[in-house]
Design a protein around this ligand. Structure first.
Ligand code: TA6
Length: 294
């Protein structure tokens, strides 16, 4: 695995280093002087952990995540692109199943970050005949994780995409978790034949499988409250929010999810699906998505 040694950095403000993980999957570790850390696999530029300076891991990773080419890692922050959900391409597109390259790193006072790059290839052009660059920056700033996701059309023809940062947040117990901030938004309920409803409640609670696309819901902050605290999630440019928990039935069919682990996470995702994003030649789109404990 090639890695530009200049990108590894360590100083009084923190460090960025590269390691080999499960099944030889390389990952980058970010550390800050204050004690926050993150682990990002080059496969999928997949953020697997974010631990704040108090040692709390904000992200859930399945104990049965499968580290093999072509299979998305279960948990953390899978990158869904250029397609969210089912469609012409395999579910959630190819970005989460591709090996990205580490392209830039920064270790400065209060900020440690890494930027990952995915470019079109012969493989991607077989299913998505366009030239593109994805630049994905993961940044630790105090006890917050910030992400910047940039898509550039490097070709001579326009293309459309949908996508998401499909984040699995740790919760103490899903049946005592509430998601707040989406009251009044219309949602597509994928558990009720994609019928549309208006969210009437301040709190979204979980008593069975829940899989909803809150249209334009990313215009607000979203809070995930459980018995141990509240995670604040903020967005810019991303349009929609998906809230998902499989509950016991659907979890039973997920071979890469440990027994009972469906109780330990909720997905609150930054999504672009209510409208496709059309990029003209040389045009870019970028969105930010950040989270921290209140
Ligand atoms: O974001 C929610 C969702 O679209 C659900 O419908 C469920 O399929 C989930 O993504 C997980 O998809 P995956 O392909 O990662 O198993």
């Amino acid at each position: 695995m090639s890695f530009n040694k200049d990108l590894a950095k360590s100083n009084a403000n923190g460090s960025v280093s590269l390691h080999e993980g499960e099944n030889g999957f390389p990952f980058v570790t970010l550390q800050t002087a204050a004690g926050a850390s993150a682990k990002i696999y080059l496969y999928g530029a997949h953020v697997a952990t974010f631990k704040d300076s108090k040692g709390r891991d904000h992200l859930f990773m399945s104990s049965k995540a499968e580290f093999k080419q072509g299979k998305a890692l279960r948990g953390g922050i899978p990158i869904c692109w250029p397609q969210f959900g089912p469609g012409k391409l395999p579910q959630h597109g190819f970005a989460r199943n591709s090996t990205w390259q580490l392209n830039d790193t920064k270790v400065e006072e209060g900020v440690t970050s890494a930027t990952f790059l995915l470019k079109d290839s012969e493989e991607t052009k077989k299913v998505f005949p366009h030239s593109f660059e994805l630049h994905y920056t993961v940044e630790l700033k105090g006890d917050e994780m910030n992400t910047v996701f940039l898509v550039k059309n490097c070709g001579s023809d326009a293309f459309d995409w949908t996508g998401a940062l499909h984040t699995y947040f740790n919760v103490a117990a899903i049946d005592s978790t509430s998601v707040k901030g989406l009251k009044g938004f219309t949602y597509v309920d994928k558990v009720q034949d994609a019928k549309e409803f208006e969210e009437k409640g301040e709190d979204i609670k979980f008593t069975s499988q829940l899989d909803r696309v809150y249209l334009k819901g990313a215009s607000n902050d979203v809070h995930i409250q459980d018995t141990e605290g509240t995670e604040k999630v903020t967005f810019s440019s991303w349009k929609d929010v998906v809230v998902w928990n499989p509950w016991v039935e659907k979890a039973g069919g997920m071979s890469d999810l440990g027994e009972g682990e469906w109780k330990k996470y909720v997905c609150v995702e930054a999504v672009q699906v209510s409208d496709v994003v059309r990029l003209e030649p040389q045009q870019s789109w970028s969105g930010t998505y950040a989270f921290s404990k209140l």
